[in-house]
Design a protein around this ligand. Sequence first.
Ligand SMILES: Cc1cc2nc3c(=O)[nH]c(=O)nc-3n(C[C@H](O)[C@H](O)[C@H](O)COP(=O)(O)O)c2cc1C
Length: 358
Amino acid sequence: MKIFAVNSSARPQGQSKTKLMLDHLVVGMRDAGAEVEVVDLRDKDIRYCIGCYTCWTRTPGVCLHRDDMTAELYPKFLESDVAVLATPLYHFTVNAQMKAFIERTLPAIQPFFRESKGLIYHPLRGRHPMIVMLSVAGFPQRSVFDQLSSWVNFIYGSGGGLAAEIYRPLAEALVLPFFKDKADDILDATAQAGREIVQTLQVSPATMGRITQDIAEDNNVFLKTVGNLMWKTCIEEGVTPREFEEKGLVPRPDSLEGFMAVMTLAFNRDAAGDTRAVMQFVFSGEVEETCHLRIAGGRISGHAGPAGNPDITVHAPFSVWMDILTGRADGQQLFQEGGYSADGDLNLLMRMTELFGR
Ligand SMILES: Cc1cc2nc3c(=O)[nH]c(=O)nc-3n(C[C@H](O)[C@H](O)[C@H](O)COP(=O)(O)O)c2cc1C
């Protein structure tokens, strides 16, 4: 089986979640014996279709543009048995680069009007690859792909030309260390989807279920706390999300809920091992509230309010503790200088960086 995969994300390798998913799909496809070529549209010169219909009249099947689409991509698309169209979801559909690519496949159809079941359509000029649509989105709900799916089924599915649709919501979370286990399973399932497409030209419901599984315990809460804090921190620091990631910045909590969410995400269960501890935080200043974190069996949970019998209690101005949390201030130095105080098992204080190193 010859497969031609087109990635339309404008982001580079390492940042693009479309490419991340596509890479795994391709691993599975090659594993199952397919010959796969991957092309990144960001490296290609593709002009817009200008609607001249030269490809339907003067030179049937050949576009008048002289660019990478005419010279390289379109012939490879036509020769393939399966074409993977991989795109980030932009405004609930394919992005502009992918739309430009798809529009430039107009030479694949003929101008004549035919009728089937009361609907007028243009027939194919010759052979056309089966289509696999792959897309990733920022929003968490699976329904964000409804419009794209409806459109893709309309243009490719009606003649039986759509082999599979692979959609991953909340794709930005795939690279967060906290979600590594889930992300590994999602990416492993994507490779499995690649194998299944080569073997059966479809993806099983079980594999699809793994690809679209929820990544956070509560996606909406995750986005409303940590997601919003990330954007707020980007704006305050004047950095893009990519720079935020590269600089290893930490979202700066501005509420007790935000603090507990960030601490939960930062928790390193491997470092915690069999540690059992209750850590209480009594904040003053801009947030005058108390909360506690319970660590047991490699898991952590955050609770508003005081703990019955904490192993350690930290008394700190909220802004001071957030400076420490985000790496703006040195926790040990501030402790010695009396910037905050702690009572109980001070060994837990010493292990803070290790326990919350993620
Ligand atoms: C212009 C633009 C439009 C977007 N529109 C949507 C959208 O409609 N729905 C959504 O869930 N995410 C949307 N996103 C988020 C992207 O789909 C998401 O960040 C995705 O991971 C990007 O894929 P990439 O990393 O391969 O470029 C949009 C992003 C941009 C920049």
